[in-house]
Write a protein that binds this ligand. Structure first.
Ligand code: AMP
Length: 289
């Protein structure tokens, strides 16, 4: 596995791959790798000949009171995992490489970023899209793979790539879960054992909505109420539960394609999850024990 820290070297590596007619797949991450990230690598390997993974904890996407400083970082462990999963190239630019100066130009994610996560984290998606755009200019991938776990993010990246004619394909891979339903997240490391139990309220709420929908309940208001009742469990501060379409707009009519998105705080930790009703939580892969 190659490990690269300089932008010029990253671009050169990718261009050599292209002259050899090898397709480059790209998995951007903030590290603290788990099975969710590693499945994205596997998916990228199915779609490309070589896989680049980046690890960069992007300060631009954290709000001033958020967890940038304490976000888990363990490059040695991440390197071993990346190597074991046959990542071809690990790109680990440092803060000064990515932002030699505070960037004054940032991407405007538009109206799809004003609701849900965007309402709770007003500068988050501008930070995400800015770093994804920069990383794509450095890695020059043929395909980039994102997790559906961060549904609004994945849809916004798709939209950015379409609206700004980035020369790459975007693939969105399903959410990897623990056996009990908890969506894997680097932030789960913040949870105490009690909080971890409370955190199951998110996937339970999604399951409850899915169950009610499958048994014929089609009214968005009723489904919302059922989900919220489960979400409001001891130790959980619900933020939102919404039934939306792929453009993140609330739906009047619930269909197979409707996505139920949920966010809640457990202690100081903010967690998100979602399900596409037609697929169901049961279709999501679980970790290999
Ligand atoms: P992060 O390191 O949290 O920025 O995530 C990097 C990528 O991994 C993003 O595309 C996430 O959506 C994706 N990801 C995070 N958690 C999961 C998960 N449980 N299953 C699948 N993809 C995930």
């Amino acid at each position: 596995m190659h490990e690269i820290t300089a932008i010029s070297e990253m671009r050169a590596w990718s261009r050599v791959a292209r002259t050899r007619e090898l397709r480059v797949g790209f998995v951007p991450t903030m590290g603290a790798l788990h099975d969710g990230h590693l499945r994205l690598v596997e998916r990228a390997r199915e779609l490309a000949d070589l896989v680049v993974m980046s690890i960069f904890v992007n300060p631009l996407q954290f709000g001033p009171t958020e967890d940038f400083a304490r976000y888990p970082r363990d490059l040695d462990r991440d390197r071993d995992l990346a190597q074991a999963h046959e990542v071809s190239c690990l790109f680990v630019p440092d803060g000064l490489t990515m932002y030699p100066a505070e960037p004054s130009v940032r991407l405007d994610p538009g109206p799809m970023a004003t609701s849900l996560e965007g309402a709770a984290r007003p500068t988050h998606f501008a930070g995400v899209l800015t770093v994804v755009a920069k990383l794509c200019h450095m890695v020059e991938p043929d395909v980039a793979v994102f997790g559906r776990k961060d549904f609004q993010q994945a849809m916004l990246v798709r939209r950015m790539v379409a609206d700004l004619d980035f020369p790459l394909a975007v693939e969105v891979a399903p959410t990897v879960r623990e056996l009990d339903g908890l969506a894997l997240s680097s932030r789960n490391a913040y949870l105490s054992p009690d909080q971890r139990r409370s955190a199951l309220a998110l996937s339970r709420a999604l399951r409850e909505v899915e169950k009610a929908w499958r048994s014929g309940q089609a009214g968005p208001a009723v489904l919302h109420k059922k989900g919220m009742e489960v979400l409001a469990a001891p130790g959980v501060e619900p933020e939102y539960l919404a039934l939306v379409d792929e453009e993140l707009k609330p739906v009047d009519r619930v269909t197979q394609k409707t996505i139920v998105v949920v966010a809640a705080r457990v202690g100081r930790t903010r967690l998100i999850d979602n399900v596409v009703l037609g697929d169901g939580l049961g279709a999501d892969p679980t970790i290999r024990s």
